[in-house]
Design a protein. Structure first.
Length: 261
């Protein structure tokens, strides 16, 4: 690995994959008087946005007031209310198009309690190597729709509509090959996992980026702006690192993201 520097000591991870369509938007539940159905609006959500939308949907459909909290260490959701209710994960009339699997609540009905915690929601990506070519949102910003007008006397008038935060970095040393396990983590399915993440990112869908895996409650919500393959961020190419003498080892190239606030 000679010549490859650790440009940042981040042991980071991403949480992604919260996409709701007409095929997975229903949430059947029972507050004691028969089945009720909540509808989650179709869309592309970050984990935080997804939890908020599940709460909105179940609040609108029921009479209880619900809370939906996130445990990012898994990550998972907990759905709670001030009285007992049931999640009809198995027997609801919309079980074939429910949001329960995405939410982490697949399996038998949840009954008899006022709070239920699910299994993992969405997908988690753990890279094998530390971030390279990293520039933080503190150091990369741009004015939104800036225009500069110059008068006949040479005076400048600058009109902007706020500032956009951005982040950029490169995933390097992506490989299924057995590595040292210390500097580069071993992962026999790393290429497949990276392809799944990149296929998601180029759909222009938001995801949550935690720069310290031990502190998952500190994160930024990002959206892919561009890749080395496409200035619009709608395509990618994993590049094999032949030029570094590293066959069967890949990198994404520099990717640029906007911070969603």
């Amino acid at each position: 690995m000679a010549g490859l520097q650790h440009e940042h000591d981040f042991i980071f991870c991403t949480i992604y994959g919260h996409t709701v369509t007409s095929q997975n938007l229903y949430l059947d539940f029972d507050e004691g008087s028969g089945e009720l159905t909540a509808e989650v609006n179709p869309g592309k959500y970050s984990l935080t946005e997804f939890a908020q939308e599940v709460k909105r949907a179940i609040d609108d459909a029921g009479t209880l007031t619900y809370t939906v909290t996130i445990d990012r260490s898994i990550p998972s959701l907990t759905i709670s209310a001030g009285a007992t209710f049931e999640l009809l994960t198995a027997t609801g009339s919309h079980a074939g198009a429910s949001v329960f699997s995405l939410s982490g609540f697949a399996g038998p009905n949840r009954v008899g309690l006022s709070s239920y915690s699910g299994a993992q929601t969405g997908s988690v990506y753990h890279p094998q190597f530390k971030l390279q070519s990293y520039v933080s949102s503190d150091d990369l910003r741009s004015s939104v729709e800036a225009s500069i007008n110059e008068s006949a006397s040479g005076e400048l008038e600058i009109v902007t509509f706020g500032t956009r935060k951005k982040v950029e970095f490169n995933f390097k040393l992506i490989t299924n090959i057995l590595m040292d396990g210390l500097i580069v983590k071993n992962n026999s399915t790393a290429l497949g996992q990276t392809r799944l993440l990149m296929q998601y990112l180029i759909t222009k869908s938001p995801f949550e980026m935690m720069y310290d895996e031990e502190d998952r409650n500190t994160f930024e919500t990002l959206l892919l702006d561009s890749t080395t393959e496409d200035s619009k961020g709608t395509s990618y190419r994993l590049k094999e690192m032949y030029d570094r003498g590293l066959p069967n080892i890949f990198e994404t190239g520099l990717m640029k993201f906007r911070v969603i606030e």
